[in-house]
Design a protein around this ligand. Structure first.
Ligand SMILES: Cc1ncc(COP(=O)(O)O)c(C=O)c1O
Length: 472
């Protein structure tokens, strides 16, 4: 009778690397024995399954998007939308001749957004990779229109400037550097993290190509005083003949304000607002990357910036910084529009807002923090908060401790000049942070503070793990 060897194979000699490799085709995966290729193409490939597993193994060390409360970008979509996206992955959006329906769907999305933003009549716009591309194109339009006005008046065009607050996303400074425009940045102050007309007025002159105002800032989620800035620009037009356009950076706010604050005027209802950008991949609830640029009127897009080509079989107009890109997110945006409609978006935004208020209460109830901005202020569904009183740790410590204890990604950062001494934490409340997770997060923040109180701030090396970027 066969006797069971209770020691198993323990006494068998270990396999050599060569023996393991010989058995590999039967049992294993070559990538388990080798470092991941990282500087040149491997001489020979591997099976599809192995390649997939190699990458999947590494991805385990990336953060879980649903615990990422730093990002404004969508981390969950409905399975039907995901199927639609998967089925569209092999089409190039720019190939309008071959995919005319996709091009038509892009135009439907532009018309729907223009309508949502109260465009007075027929207008135009563009699908972009995100708000950054939309802002580059919108600001280029401001520059081109300003130059045309100056040339028509026989005036110099060599010193364009753009006015905005320190509360803008970095893309605005990027535009100024890339396209040779002087940035006139209104500094922030401790306790004042948005800008209004009194801040803008001293910076505006005949060389101002436009003013940029933010609806839902990256730092605290509040809005600049857009109606106030509009009134100022209307006054300057009447008094001095200076027709300075206003661009609204509604990257996040463009899908929040119309549903939660429908009576608040920030869009084309205001006379000087000539263009608006919005990220479909933020509160438009689509995966990255999709953004939109919407003009007030067709004439706000200078003809010179539109390129016509016959390259893909048909005369076609393009107004983009890049050329080829996927169709999937355009279709996904349209899916959300028809799937949710106005009521659905309002329900989702109200839900996020409700949960953001609950989180605000939870955080205040810890007794350790104050929230930035009053309850009556219009704000994105997020909580921006900072420590109140004296502590033997700071906001960066809390963020690192929360990450260590529970894996939450809550960023801590300092505000832009001249409020650079202010440290803030910020948690986005999106569709993936339901009510029970809000309570859990509140408890986790309390526990992280208790740990820090007992042991003091973190070691420098732990603090390096803190997420400090604001704009995603
Ligand atoms: C106010 C604002 N503008 C512009 C951007 C850039 O947007 P995108 O990431 O879509 O390029 C962001 C990103 O967070 C933002 O918050």
């Amino acid at each position: 009778m066969h006797k069971l060897n209770v020691d198993g194979d323990r006494h068998q000699p270990e396999l050599t690397r060569e023996q393991i490799e010989r058995l590999e085709h039967q049992y294993g995966n070559r990538f388990m024995l080798e470092p991941a290729p990282d500087d040149k193409l491997p001489p020979a490939g591997m099976s599809a399954e192995e390649a997939k597993r190699l990458i999947e193994q590494e991805m385990v060390l990336d953060g879980l998007p649903m615990r990422n409360l730093a990002t404004f970008v969508t981390t969950w979509m409905e399975p039907q939308a995901v199927r639609l996206i998967t089925e569209a992955l092999h089409t190039n959006f720019i190939d309008h001749a071959e995919y005319p329906k996709t091009a038509e769907i892009e135009q439907r999305c532009i018309r729907m957004l223009a309508n949502l933003y109260h465009a007075p009549g027929e207008t135009t716009g563009a699908r972009t990779q995100g708000s950054s591309e939309a802002i580059m194109l919108g600001a280029l339009s401001l520059k081109w229109k300003w130059r045309a006005r100056r040339e028509a008046a026989g005036k110099s065009t060599d010193r364009p400037n753009l006015v905005f607050g320190g509360d803008v996303h970095v893309v605005w400074e990027k535009f100024c550097r890339y396209f040779d425009v002087e940035p006139r940045i209104v500094p922030l102050k401790k306790g004042k993290y948005t800008i209004g007309p009194e801040d803008v007025e001293p910076h505006v002159d005949e060389n101002t190509i436009g003013v940029a105002a933010v609806l839902g800032t990256t730092f605290t989620g509040h809005a600049d005083d857009i109606p106030g800035i509009n009134d100022l620009l209307v006054r300057l037009k009447g008094e001095q003949g200076l027709d300075v356009p206003l661009h609204v950076d509604a990257a996040s706010g463009g899908f929040v304000w119309p549903f939660i604050y429908p009576d608040s005027k920030w869009d084309f209802r205001l006379e000087q607002v000539r263009s608006i950008n919005v990220s479909g991949h933020k509160f438009g609830l689509v995966y990255p990357g999709i953004g939109w640029l919407i003009f007030r009127e067709t004439t706000d897009l200078p003809d010179d910036l539109v390129f016509y080509e016959n390259y893909l079989g048909k005369r076609d107009a393009t107004f983009t910084l890049n050329f080829s890109t996927g169709s999937a997110m355009v279709l996904a945006q349209y899916y959300n529009f028809v799937r949710y409609g106005h009521d659905g978006y309002r329900y989702i935004m109200e839900t996020m807002n409700y949960n953001a208020h609950s989180l605000n209460e939870e955080i205040k109830a810890t007794g350790q923090f104050e929230c930035v901005g009053g309850d009556d202020q219009e704000q994105l569904p997020l909580v921006a908060f900072k420590l109140a009183g004296e502590h033997n740790y700071d906001e960066f410590d809390v963020a690192a401790q929360l990450a260590a204890e529970r894996g939450w990604m809550v960023p801590a950062y300092t505000m832009p000049p001249d409020a650079q001494d202010v440290k803030i934490m910020r948690a986005l409340v999106k569709q993936t942070l339901g009510h029970s997770l809000v309570s859990t997060l509140g408890d986790d923040i309390t526990e992280a503070c208790a740990s820090l109180k007992a042991k003091g701030g973190l070691h420098e090396s732990d603090r390096k793990r803190v997420k400090t970027n604001t704009g995603f």
